[in-house]
Design a protein around this ligand. Structure first.
Ligand code: SAH
Length: 337
């Protein structure tokens, strides 16, 4: 782009910048160097009072805009106005600005105002440790296998959408982090989440409730799925629900990575019969397909196979028909090196 031809650049020789700064869970030690630098470089710092306090040492001589929780769009609008005047604006979010944070609303406001990525006003998103990371690190290693997060806030999302995601995540055995689990006014959502989870998960599934991770009033409570809603849960809590393999041992919540599927951990780490180091499991895709073909050839119907593997019949059918057209399935060799 030829800079001289850009009218807004001509108006402002020093174009502004908006930095969306994720400051992590709430302790200075867990803020990134870039987060601190972006705040230090800013002319204007916008954010919720609690978070502004955390970076008080960096704020001398800056314009500070303290905003309440519900003024997100206003914050984004005023950030853009200030940046258009040539200022560097830091918008502070807790955790990561892109996780239930300001990044989305800011882009929406910018697009609305005709902003494009080659606008002289540049947008920077500074990543931070989200509550899910912070809370997990305080309780052990709960996220070592597939996980997802679901916000129980129905302020902007219809309940059926939230409920369907809870149901699907529970059924799919994800470890789940519940953000915004409960507030003064929203008390029933966590009860409904528990109800949906209990349809798929054992009542004794481990649950951790982490309040204010890495902050002054941090509190960690371990419980089980059937007792989850009796815990003290609030706006500053994240609820971590384990999967069917998660355990709580010595006060630590741990989700196995799957090594025990391949190695006999009690016998000095010997590889289990039928498994090979560096290769997919015997029940990985190709091994599983071979078994599926064999069972089908031996007379098991698509429906029987679908029920056995808890997969949709049309998926089983499509996979089988493709496998049958292909060359005989060979064990993967690309990982051998
Ligand atoms: N952008 C933030 C999330 C904002 S939504 C992030 O990435 O972490 C607000 C929710 O985040 C809270 O209701 C709570 O569920 C969770 N949360 C934020 N900070 C937390 C902390 N220090 N400890 C526990 N949960 C926290």
């Amino acid at each position: 782009m030829n800079e001289a031809q850009n009218p807004s650049e001509a108006n402002h020789p020093n174009p502004g910048r908006i930095s969306l700064v994720g400051i992590g869970p709430g302790s200075v030690e867990h803020m990134t160097l870039r987060a601190r630098a972006a705040i230090a470089e800013a002319d204007v710092v916008i954010g919720y009072v609690t978070y502004i306090k955390l970076v008080a040492d960096l704020l001398e001589g800056k314009e500070i805009v303290r905003k309440g929780m519900t003024e997100e769009l206003d914050r984004a609008v005023s950030a853009l106005e200030q940046a258009r005047l040539g200022k560097k604006v830091a918008l502070i979010s807790s955790g990561d600005a892109g996780v239930y944070g300001m990044a989305g609303p800011t882009y929406e406001v910018l697009f609305q105002a005709g902003w494009t990525p080659d606008d002289p006003v540049q947008l920077e998103i500074v990543p931070g440790a989200s509550a899910i990371n912070a809370c997990a690190s305080r309780v052990g290693a709960p996220l070592t296998h597939d996980f997802c997060s679901i916000s129980l806030s129905d302020l902007l999302t219809p309940w059926p959408t939230i409920a369907r995601r809870l149901d699907a995540a529970a059924a799919a055995d994800f470890v789940v982090a519940l953000y915004n689990p409960k507030s003064g006014r929203r008390t029933r959502q966590i009860v409904e989440a528990q109800r949906l989870f209990l349809r798929h998960r054992r009542p004794d599934t481990p649950v951790a409730v982490v309040k204010s991770a890495y902050r002054r009033r941090e509190r960690i409570e371990f419980t089980t799925l059937d007792r989850m809603s009796e815990c003290e849960i609030g706006m500053l809590s994240t609820v971590l629900i384990g999967n069917s393999n998660t355990v709580i041992q010595h006060g630590l919540m741990v989700t196995p990575r799957g090594y025990a599927n391949k190695y006999d951990l009690s016998e000095g780490g010997e590889t289990r019969a039928g498994e090979r180091p560096g290769r997919s499991l015997s029940t990985g895709l190709l091994g599983w397909l071979e078994g599926l073909q064999a069972d089908h050839a031996a007379g098991d119907s698509i429906e029987v196979l679908a029920a056995r593997h808890r997969l949709p019949p049309d998926y089983i059918r499509a996979t089988l028909s493709e496998a049958l057209e292909d060359e005989p399935v060979e064990a993967a060799t690309e990982e051998a090196a």
